[in-house]
Design a protein. Structure first.
Length: 375
């Protein structure tokens, strides 16, 4: 895996990923390059929401996955429930984390993967927000062994950058937004967002950014109106951001008390500047906590009740309306095994019936941010 041994390739790959934030049409090429690094011939990247509350982003390489296919195969994909609770930027490898023999026993393998000559998958979560989810994955074929730990480690180096580029492109990539709605979209982001002019002066700050500047623990404005870092790490990140490179950068920064944040910087192109009313080159800054907010009810249930991966799978399929007998067929396990997991779910959640369990799970989802027990 050359990403682990070739710093120049890693740097070029990260630069190409961030270019996609401004030019989404390049995602297919980047996906093809990432797939080629592990000998995969099929790849997918997508975000969306069942209720249509978010504009979908769907990119594929070598995959012909129609809406009819999605309706048929997603409900029986045993990997998707694991993705609901899998840590961001950590590889989910089907053969390693689910088990190759266990995967082969599932309906999804028999009905979708095997007929297409596929053997293994490696995927990463992109987002979990409200009813919207997203992930990207590479699919390898039967003409090569299962995905190795080295290959997973190499792809984990670029995974945070893929996720951040998609997050930025969700706002910057919508050419239909007017300046007014564009700024409104930025104000709804659950992160501190600032726009700087060429002299590092703040020309826009959303409410979260205004609060961060008022606190002054990571970023602050100097007497001359220029944005400065409150710590050496933050100042170095701002200096790099001012270099005006085409790709974006992301740097970890810490407050004096040690609390960590991520500072992302991206040089805006002319199209984005026009929508923001900028008259010169501008830089977008996004400051956020590395802890991701998740509102998917199954994801929250896994955290609140300390569910195992197997229990998460059963709960996710129950929430989709599957009966225990159906779930056994989907997962390739016995009905007794599913009922055993169901009994554990009742015990952990303090419920006694399936309807009560589902109602308790769905009640955990909220459109508002809530404080949850730590994972």
């Amino acid at each position: 895996m050359r990403l682990l041994t070739d710093p120049e390739l890693l740097s070029d790959t990260i630069g190409a990923i961030y270019d996609c934030a401004m030019r989404p049409e390049r995602w297919e090429l980047v996906l093809a390059e990432l797939a080629g690094m592990i000998g995969a011939r099929r790849a997918f990247l997508g975000i969306g929401s069942p209720g249509g509350t978010m504009k979908a982003i769907v990119v594929d390489h070598g995959i012909d996955f129609s809406p009819q296919d999605a309706a048929r195969y997603n409900p029986i994909n045993p990997i998707l429930p694991l993705g609901m609770v899998w840590p961001f930027d950590r590889a989910l490898v089907a053969s390693r984390d689910y088990g190759l023999e266990e995967l082969r026993a599932t309906r999804f393998y028999r009905e979708y993967l095997a007929p297409r000559g596929d053997l293994d998958m490696i995927g990463f979560a992109l987002m979990r927000e409200g009813d919207a989810t997203g992930h990207w994955l590479l699919i390898t074929q039967m003409d090569r062994p299962p995905i190795t730990a080295e290959e997973a480690a190499g792809l984990e180096l670029v995974a945070p950058h893929v996720r951040r580029a998609v997050e930025i492109s969700r706002v910057l990539g919508d050419q239909s937004l007017s300046a007014r709605t564009y700024r409104a979209a930025l104000e709804r982001l659950d992160a501190a967002v600032l726009i700087l002019d060429g002299k590092r002066r703040v020309t826009y700050a959303n409410p979260q950014a205004e609060a961060a500047l008022a606190a002054g623990r990571v970023l602050r404005t100097g007497p001359d109106g220029r944005l400065r870092g409150a710590t050496d790490a933050a100042e170095r990140a701002l200096l790099r951001a001012g270099e005006g490179t085409a790709g974006g950068i992301e740097a970890p920064v810490s407050e004096e008390n040690g609390e960590e944040h991520l500072l992302f910087a991206l040089s805006l192109d002319l199209a984005a500047e026009d929508r923001l009313g900028q008259e010169e080159r501008a830089t977008l800054l996004v400051l956020r906590s590395p802890r991701e907010d998740t509102r998917n009810p199954v994801t929250i249930a896994a955290r609140v009740f300390g569910l195992t991966p197997a229990q998460v799978q059963v709960l996710a399929f129950l929430a989709q309306g599957h009966a225990p007998e159906d779930i056994a067929g989907i997962l390739g396990v016995s009905v007794a095994t599913v009922r055993s997991h169901l009994a554990d779910l009742f015990r952990r959640t303090g419920t006694a019936r399936q309807a009560e369990l589902i109602a308790r799970t769905l009640s955990l989802a909220s459109p508002l941010r809530t404080d949850l027990p730590p994972a």
